[in-house]
Ligand binder design. Structure first.
Ligand SMILES: [Zn+2]
Length: 300
């Protein structure tokens, strides 16, 4: 991490013990590039089996909401990560962000956040936003096989659709941490023709988004990242940006080209090849490559 000056602080939020290699069911073989461990099979399994993306299912206020949340937590645990359900209140009820932590081995007080919202608008939310949630799981699955110099929080935010409630609660709860940046994703499953991802951020976060765009150029097999700069407050990156933390959100380019956006038909099984796993896979490699470099991961 050279872009941002690290702040000194005590890791007050540390909820449970220190990670050790023994905690990890999988370790990457020495000298294997984490980018090469990205698996669209693993990602597709999350979409199909963990996140309730099928017609009639409902991660909004429906019965699949808590089931998906608990599947995410259990999946993080299988990677050997510390997992916490962090509560917050919305309209008098308690909800939870799922927060998995990989403690940094040399600079644990520097923190990176990789996040996406898992809630939906009372629909299957296959594209919005199981696709982003499955990305967070896949990045965690791969990078948890390595040592990270800095601390990584992999986060599935709740209640984004009601106004980024969960991510705001996360930022408030982690205000004593030196979060260097947040990378978030929200609808990344459909290529609408340009083979590109849009990267939305304020001007302040353009250096970060530009670095990520270069990672897409390096790892994305022809995918490109288009910087979209402005006060875009429509997704969880904004909760970080409004707190002065560099952040951006990755969204499939021209997302309004998805006619099922916020419809009951945003389902993995309605249209053949509704989710383009080649397109997502090219993004996943870029995210893993980018975070691996920023976090200075290395073989255990
Ligand atoms: Zn969304």
């Amino acid at each position: 991490m050279t872009r941002f000056a690290p702040l000194l602080f005590a890791l007050a939020c540390q909820s449970s013990g220190t990670l050790t290699p023994d905690d990890h069911p999988d370790e990457a073989p020495p000298d294997v590039n984490p980018v090469d461990l990205v698996s669209t099979t693993s990602y597709e399994r999350s979409m199909e089996e963990l996140l309730y993306t099928h017609l009639g299912e409902n991660r909004g206020f429906g019965p699949e909401h808590d089931l998906a949340r608990d599947n995410i937590a259990t999946e993080f645990e299988t990677y050997g990560l510390d997992v916490a359900l962090e509560p917050f209140t919305y309209q008098g009820a308690t909800y939870h962000n799922v927060v998995a932590t990989q403690l940094g081995t040399s600079r644990p007080d520097e923190v990176l956040v990789i996040g996406a919202h898992f809630d939906s608008v009372d629909n299957p939310g296959a594209d919005d936003n199981a696709t982003g949630t499955a990305m967070v799981l896949e990045v965690a699955r791969v990078l948890s096989q390595y040592e990270s110099a800095v601390t990584l929080h992999y986060v599935a935010f709740d209640r984004e659709e009601q106004g980024k409630v969960g991510s705001r609660a996360f930022v408030a709860a982690h205000a004593d941490e030196a979060i260097q940046f947040a990378l978030t994703a929200d609808m990344i499953g459909q290529d609408h023709g340009g083979y590109a991802m849009d990267l939305f951020s304020t001007t302040a976060s353009v250096p970060l988004a530009s670095d990520f765009s270069r990672a897409i150029d390096t790892h994305g097999n022809g995918l490109s990242g288009r910087l979209q700069t402005g006060d875009y407050s429509f997704s969880d990156h904004w909760s970080f940006e409004e707190a002065g933390i560099p952040a951006f959100v990755i969204i499939e380019a021209d997302y309004s080209g998805n006619p099922h956006y916020h419809q009951s038909t945003d389902a993995a099984d309605l249209v053949e090849d509704y989710i383009d796993y080649v397109y997502v896979g090219d993004l996943l490699r870029a995210v893993v490559g980018f975070v691996a470099e920023e976090a200075e991961v290395r073989s255990r």
